[in-house]
Design a protein around this ligand. Structure first.
Ligand code: P6P
Length: 299
């Protein structure tokens, strides 16, 4: 069991500390902000709030050299030499924020890279996500494995009104269940290439549909019950929808550390060489045999 990296721990302490603030702010931020993100997607007020809070908290961590967000065009310099003792942290502040309107699960995705971005997933030293479900949980993966924590506010005494945030490990060794049970595929059937549609038709006869419109919630279903999640290449969008740096790479790192697999349809997601930090990539992630079957189907 390797000792936890103090900078990585400090990053996830910072992420956990913001979670109750972000959750408490969501009811008042269910509206569109009127702006688009660098990927051209409309941004909710909740996205901007989460991005601001997490940006301030993460860039304040000693050992973080730069900060990259789905909501920001360029990296934010946090004052350290990335790759030479400092890390680059990439986040999707509020993944699935469109679920604010329908009050469904969403979350924050975090990747901690030991190299300036854009970088491959092989440069990740840790990754995690916060899931705003009925319970606020945080899944964290590093070289020692994958754990699930419950994040709670705690009153630390009436006199000062201060409130600490607790991180309670509820699963110290999170492993992908061997027998697949659920699947979730993004996009619409008419948008899928024929080879993916044929694969999906097979899977639909074998597994139960669990698709909630937020990657973190859908991947958490796969990690809980076993199965596969995909946001595939589309006929009119061969790179799919999800961003490599702050969605696909962190999720691939987590699921592979938990015993699963992650592919862009041809190679391991973690080997995909990006040109820019906002590059999109098809993502197929979960049970190794189902991912391998998918790669064969797309051959
Ligand atoms: P669709 C959320 O906007 C997101 O980036 C992922 O969290 C999610 O998997 C996907 O897009 C949902 O896309 O097309 O189903 O709305």
């Amino acid at each position: 069991m390797t000792d936890p990296d103090p900078v990585v721990e400090a990053v996830f302490d910072a992420v956990a500390a913001t979670a109750p603030e972000i959750r408490a702010a969501l009811p008042g931020r269910r509206v569109e902000s009127g702006t688009d993100n660098p990927s051209g997607e409309s941004v909710m007020a909740g996205d901007l709030y989460a991005d601001e809070l997490l940006g301030d908290a993460i860039t304040a961590v000693d050992g973080v050299g730069s900060f990259v967000s789905e909501e920001r065009e360029a990296a934010v310099d946090a004052g350290g030499a990335v790759g030479d003792g400092a890390y680059a942290v990439a986040i999707d502040p509020l993944d699935g924020s469109s679920n604010l309107r329908s009050n469904n699960a969403m979350g924050t995705v975090v990747g901690v890279y030991d190299a300036p971005l854009p970088a491959t997933g092989r440069d990740l030293v840790a990754a995690g996500y916060v899931l705003y479900g009925p319970i606020t949980t945080m899944v964290v993966a590093d070289e020692s494995g994958v754990r699930e924590e419950v994040i709670e506010r705690e009153s630390i005494g009436d006199d000062d009104g201060g409130r600490a945030v607790s991180r309670s490990v509820v699963e110290a060794d999170l492993r992908l269940p061997e027998d697949p049970l659920v699947y979730g595929f993004g996009g619409r059937v008419p948008d899928w290439p024929d080879d993916f549609t044929a694969y999906a038709r097979e899977i639909e006869d074998e597994l139960k549909l669990r698709y909630g419109g937020a990657m973190v919630g859908d991947v958490n279903q796969v990690l809980t019950y076993g199965g596969i999640f995909a946001y595939p290449a589309l006929v009119d969008a061969p790179d799919g929808k999800l961003r490599l740096s702050f969605e696909a790479n962190p999720i691939a790192y987590i699921v592979e550390k938990a015993g699963g697999a992650a592919s862009n349809g041809e190679i391991d997601i973690l080997d995909v060489e990006p040109e820019g930090v906002h590059d999109r990539v098809p993502l197929y992630v979960g049970n190794g045999e189902l991912v391998e079957r998918l790669e064969t189907a797309l051959d």
